[in-house]
Design a protein around this ligand. Structure first.
Ligand SMILES: [Zn+2]
Length: 351
């Protein structure tokens, strides 16, 4: 009997280590973001081991990363339920549930999952991820007294604003959304969560960044309440006009400036700046070294440059190019005429 028992344990150990090796390989595959393979390989394994916390987490995370939030949830919930030792697996399942529920606009569930992850405090990266959700998505106690207003394309959060100002604010942003999306024709996965901050300092101390900014993946905008109507929402809307794989400052910021819904004379701003600083611009140089130049120059300049691209090559070509915003791809999409256009543009600005 003793011998049999030993044999039994050896057998179990062998099976488990074989399974562990398979799961290790799946995690490696996941970490290389080979999501399709992870899903293909994890599914049959799960059939024989329905409550396996690794396999469920692998599937839940892969589907989340593929933006298939609805499908991801049952797998993530299974890991949360079956991870009895509260390991890193449960922490990541909760963190990802925070994302999935947010994207499906189940705000209460999203908040609950993200907060549970933070309380679990099982692994630093998952805690950080969940903390980011809590801060960005409006779940922190700091937002407790903000006014929330839903409209057709937005869920607004106001730090401080009178009801009549809110009414104007909402209708003018809805109007801007319609105007901008007439061009992009994007279908967003959810409403834009739009945070209108009254105090830049508060935003800086809570979020540790300067206003405003957009997080297109989450369809979130954090804006100083007096920022332009269109800039930040354009970052979100444009992101869903095509598959955006490669962004550059010149094109991505230029697009947001181009659709910011102001009547600023940007050409004059650029010319005045160049004159005052005794400089000439080179588009190819700014395209590569975007951060080397001050925003007072690059933002208005990029806005008029993008306008020029659209006027020259048309909407369809521009959207096709927008997914990969490098000069190299511009050459491929727009063809030889691009360089001539850039030259003319530069001489118009520099003279
Ligand atoms: Zn921007």
């Amino acid at each position: 009997m003793k011998k049999n028992l030993t044999l039994f344990f050896i057998l179990i150990a062998l099976i488990t280590s074989g399974q562990n090796a398979e799961i290790d390989d799946l995690w490696k595959l996941y970490n290389s973001q080979n999501l399709k393979s992870v899903i293909e390989k994890a599914k049959p394994l799960l059939e024989n081991d329905l409550n396996n916390i690794d396999l469920n987490l692998l599937l839940g995370r892969s589907y989340t990363d593929q933006k298939d939030f609805k499908r991801a949830i049952p797998y993530l919930e299974s890991t949360v339920k079956n991870d009895k030792i509260n390991s890193w697996r449960k922490a990541w399942a909760l963190a990802y549930l925070g994302t999935c529920y947010f994207m499906l606009q189940d705000y209460d569930y999203s908040k609950k999952a993200a907060k549970e992850c933070v309380e679990l405090n099982a692994t630093q990266n998952a805690t950080q991820y969940a903390n980011k959700i809590i801060l960005l998505c409006g779940f922190d106690d700091f937002y407790g007294d903000w006014k929330i207003v839903d409209s057709e394309n937005f869920r607004f959060y106001f730090q401080k604003m009178s009801d009549s100002d809110i009414e104007n604010y909402v209708s003018s942003r809805e109007e801007a959304f319609q105007n901008i999306n007439k061009f992009f024709n994007s279908k967003l996965p959810k409403k834009i969560d739009f945070f209108a901050w009254e105090s830049r300092e508060d935003a800086k101390s809570l979020l540790n960044v300067n206003l405003g900014f957009a997080d297109p993946g989450f369809c979130i905008v954090h804006s100083y309440y007096r920022q332009t109507k269109g800039h930040e929402m354009t970052h979100v809307i444009s992101n869903y006009s095509t598959r955006v794989l490669n962004k550059t400052g010149l094109i991505n910021e230029g697009t947001a400036v181009c659709f910011d819904q102001t009547n600023q004379n940007k050409e004059q701003i650029v010319k005045d700046w160049l004159k005052a600083n005794d400089e000439k611009i080179s588009i190819s140089e700014i395209w590569i070294n975007w951060k080397k130049y001050p925003e007072q120059l690059t933002y208005p300049l990029s806005g008029i440059f993008v306008r020029e691209l659209i006027d020259h090559f048309g909407r369809e070509k521009f959207i096709e190019f927008f997914g990969n915003q490098t000069y190299e791809n511009a050459k491929i999409v727009f063809g030889d005429h691009l360089d001539k256009m850039i030259k003319e543009f530069e001489s118009k600005m520099n003279n």
